[in-house]
Unconditional design. Structure first.
Length: 417
């Protein structure tokens, strides 16, 4: 039995959850947004971090004008990195302006309802009967630790997303595994906090992004291609601005695009900070980790198979995120079994709907279907529009709120800007 009913329950209040809620509420549906706005960004990203995305690519999605990042922070320009706390503040301001009434509890179970729809149970004990559920849990549940490091206790081996305050490692030897922005920035921030970091990267040479040009000549624009939320280039623009087309590509092609678009590289503004404080070993692959005394003996191999053992007090795996429905404990096992997947990720329709009608996935879980932009904030507006308009077409009634917000959309109209 349910305690209440709602048209839509959104599990998650990060960029994708808030953006989808903004569109759905604007269309007049009764929406419950479960989660503290921007909690993962605030609690699981390291202090001192900067966003890698440019200001124009850091907007949450909404049909109303005036809710972009640069509306909140006018004058922020291309090539000016955004501090983590500034982005968190923007997301919470967006929530207060566009999505009032978010609920600081958690979704603990989603199961299919007896008479259709879904029964959503909250950590407060409340049960909600919902016509549709949007899973917008972000990247947190999908934190990936390589099997060579898996199984170790968390006080010896952890994922980079497990740490906000790296000052806990002051004075300690810490190995950071990875070659992307997360690994490079974690190593730098560890050094800033007084730790002794050792960066271990599979890549033989670390890559760095170039300084973006705020103003480009017509010749440069023609040669390099347009700028998009994923960078510069014609194909990059297509993956970033037309993700609906990516879905029609062969599955192998889509996965290659996700893997190869924006390969591991550090932001241009971080390069000078990766200095002599940080020991760097490139061309090495983790082979195994063994608990030793109060630390870890980490064995790595080079590309010729030669082994090296490094002794540290902790290992941080900055090794990304891999979508896997089986890791979503909020979905009842019976529901997870009914969801069609490919290599762990849900197979989605053009409207982000899974094989179980009325269940939608936004964010990283949608990347194998819609491409690499779903790994970034820039994809939130596209996902939110598609999901909202599909739900409203399937919902028998639309309750128009008193006093329509600016930019209110009648059901069935387009929200393309």
């Amino acid at each position: 039995m349910s305690d209440s009913a709602s048209d839509v329950v959104i599990a998650g209040a990060g960029p994708y959850g808030l953006s989808t809620a903004a569109y759905l509420q604007n269309l007049g549906l009764d929406v419950r947004v479960i989660g503290e706005p921007m909690r993962f960004w605030d609690a699981n990203m390291p202090l001192g971090m900067f966003l890698k995305s440019e200001p124009f690519a850091s907007n949450l999605g909404a049909p109303q004008a005036g809710l972009r990042f640069t509306d909140r922070h006018p004058g922020w320009r291309v090539g000016q990195p955004i501090p983590l706390e500034t982005f968190v503040e923007y997301g919470r301001w967006f929530a207060a302006e566009a999505v009032p009434g978010t609920e600081d509890v958690q979704v603990v179970n989603v199961e299919q309802g007896v008479a259709g729809g879904y029964l959503v149970t909250l950590s407060s004990g409340e049960a909600i009967a919902a016509r549709a559920v949007v899973v917008a849990v972000g990247v947190g549940p999908f934190a990936h630790i390589p099997e060579q490091l898996a199984g170790m206790p968390s006080w010896l081996v952890s994922h980079s997303s497990a740490h906000s305050d790296l000052g806990l490692f002051a004075g300690k030897e810490v190995a950071v595994v990875g070659a992307g922005q997360s690994a490079l920035e974690t190593a730098v921030l560890l050094a800033d906090a007084g730790a002794r970091p050792h960066l271990i990267a599979r890549r033989r040479v670390l890559d760095w992004n170039t300084v973006p040009e705020e103003h480009r000549s017509p010749r440069t624009l023609l040669r390099q291609g347009p700028r998009s939320g994923l960078g510069t280039g014609y194909r990059t623009w297509l993956w970033a601005e037309r993700p609906g087309l990516v879905r029609y590509l062969p599955e192998r092609t889509r996965r290659r695009i996700v893997r190869e678009t924006l390969p591991p590289a550090g932001a241009w503004w971080l390069r000078d900070r990766l200095d002599e404080r940080i020991r760097v070993s490139t061309g090495r692959l983790p082979a195994k980790a063994v608990e030793q005394d109060d630390g870890v003996a980490l064995t790595t191999t080079d590309h010729e198979g030669r082994r090296l053992v490094t002794e540290v007090e902790h290992v941080i795996a900055a090794t990304g995120y891999v979508p896997d429905v089986e890791r979503l404990s909020l979905l009842a096992p019976e529901l997870r079994d009914r969801i069609t997947t490919r290599l762990g990720a849900p197979v989605l329709s053009r409207d982000f709907e899974a094989s179980t009608p009325g269940l939608y996935f936004a964010g990283l879980a949608a990347a194998p279907t819609f491409g690499p932009v779903m790994r970034f904030v820039h994809g939130a507006d596209f996902a939110a529009r598609r999901i909202a308009h599909h739900i409203v077409r399937r919902t028998p009634r639309v309750r128009v709120p008193a006093g329509r917000p600016s930019g209110f959309l009648e059901p069935g109209t387009s929200s393309q800007r």
